[in-house]
Design a protein around this ligand. Structure first.
Ligand SMILES: C[S@@+](CC[C@H](N)C(=O)[O-])C[C@H]1O[C@@H](n2cnc3c(N)ncnc32)[C@H](O)[C@@H]1O
Length: 402
């Protein structure tokens, strides 16, 4: 079947009109003429934005979707996704230039693994499949994560199985890799010993198995400004150091000279701790282990203004307008679901400025509409592409009360 690709959908597939309606085609670009025969796609007329994928695994690995597109195309596509989400709510905004993280910069990833007859298979799933593709030359992951593959394979040989898959979450820390395993065999005394030995011989800073810490050689520290924090196993961390720096720069600029800041969905202090160089911060987060890590990091740091932490479910118990009295700026960085209840309270508050960080343009736009309807203005939006070559979109925005 011959098709002309009209556009790229928000999940990265090309969309074309076939004889029976819309057809979704992977690995293509708008304007391209293609021939599709089952799962085989032949590019007849390539786009000027087409380029050779930088990774040798790109054809088989499902980890990246957009390696065949120029950076300029991906930037425009992701900005278009945010613009489209805003337009869907009747909103528009000024966009700042996108900041894209470089190749080989992902510092946290979840890999799939399985024990095999001869050893272990560690990698990413092939697209839309449970086949695991080993990725020794991965261009997405930081080289320090790629260097953990032999250790991960050894872990799977000890505690994986041939019938079920294991999830391996690996995070780069200042002390070495922080590895959390889910779905492995139930642990017994012998296995515990072998895993601890393996963590030692491969320099794993912390090894967590099914939520239980098996080995803690050195606390897996992350630096947030002047503070060092040891996040609990599996805690949220921005995907790349460069993405985090760009988001923080946007947040700093948005809050300006604020002296009293509330950081909502604060995690382990990515924004709270650097902002406490200039302001007193109240950091509110739902996970007690994360607020504890944040507070410990603040106590051990020098020269920061006061940071107070509160563990609180902001979906059920958002911060009320009364509690936000006297606050100069709010930072809000909710999970993908957005922050409907909290935003309703912010709309009714007297807070003058919001720095909004979001990993979901749809819920960002939904929440922004509530604020705009209450008299707020979106001053600017910036896409921060820390999920390079994927369809994920991250952004930071400034909103101010008119
Ligand atoms: C996108 S992360 C941002 C974390 C932090 N701002 C950062 O940049 O590292 C969202 C955070 O919201 C927290 N969270 C999720 N649901 C929550 C809720 N209902 N109430 C409070 N915090 C919640 C998560 O634990 C996570 O730390």
């Amino acid at each position: 079947m011959k098709l002309t690709i009209e556009r790229i959908g928000h999940l990265g597939d090309g969309v074309a009109q076939g004889p029976d309606g819309s057809v979704f085609v992977p690995g293509v670009l708008p304007g391209e003429e293609v021939e599709v025969d089952g799962s085989v796609v032949r590019i007849v007329t390539p786009s000027v934005d087409r380029k050779k994928p930088p990774c040798v695994h790109a054809r088989t690995c499902g980890g990246c979707l957009m390696q065949h597109a120029s950076d300029a195309f991906v930037e425009g596509w992701k900005t278009g996704i945010v613009r489209g989400a805003l337009a869907g709510q009747g909103l528009e905004a000024a966009f700042r230039p996108t900041v894209t993280s470089p190749p080989q910069s992902r510092r946290r990833a979840t890999l799939a693994a399985r024990k095999t007859k001869g050893g272990a298979l560690v990698g990413f799933h092939a697209r839309g499949s449970d086949v695991i593709i080993p990725v020794p030359n991965c261009q997405l992951l930081h080289p320090d994560l790629v260097a953990t593959f032999p250790a991960l394979e050894a872990l799977v040989r000890i505690g994986g199985s041939r019938s079920t898959e294991v999830d391996l979450t690996v995070t780069r820390s200042l002390a070495g890799p922080d590895v959390a395993v889910q779905g492995g065999k139930e642990i017994d005394a012998q296995m515990r010993l072998e895993l601890a030995r393996l963590a030692e011989s491969h320099g794993i800073a912390r090894l967590t198995w099914g939520g239980e810490v098996i080995a803690l050689r050195t606390a897996p520290m992350q630096r947030f400004g002047a503070a060092l924090v040891s996040p609990p196993p599996g805690a949220f961390l921005q995907a790349t150091a460069e993405g985090e720096a760009a988001l923080l720069a946007g947040v700093r600029e948005a809050v300006g000279g604020a002296k009293r800041i509330v950081d909502l969905f604060a995690g382990c202090g990515t924004f709270s701790l650097p902002l406490s160089e200039q302001a007193e911060v109240l950091a509110v987060e739902g996970e007690a282990a994360m607020t504890a890590a944040l507070e410990k990091g603040w106590r051990n740091a020098q020269g920061l203004k006061r940071v107070t932490v509160e563990t609180r479910d902001l979906f059920r118990r958002p911060m009320e307008p009364d509690e936000l009295k006297g606050v100069d700026a709010v930072v809000i960085d909710p999970p993908r679901a957005g922050a409907e209840a909290q935003v309703a309270c912010l709309a009714a508050s007297k807070v003058p400025v919001i720095a909004a960080v979001s990993c979901n343009p749809v819920t960002f736009a939904r929440d922004a509409r509530v604020l705009v309807a209450a008299g707020w203005k979106i001053d600017w939006v910036q896409v921060v592409d820390q999920f390079r070559w994927s369809s994920h979109v991250e952004l930071v925005a400034r909103l101010s009360r008119q």
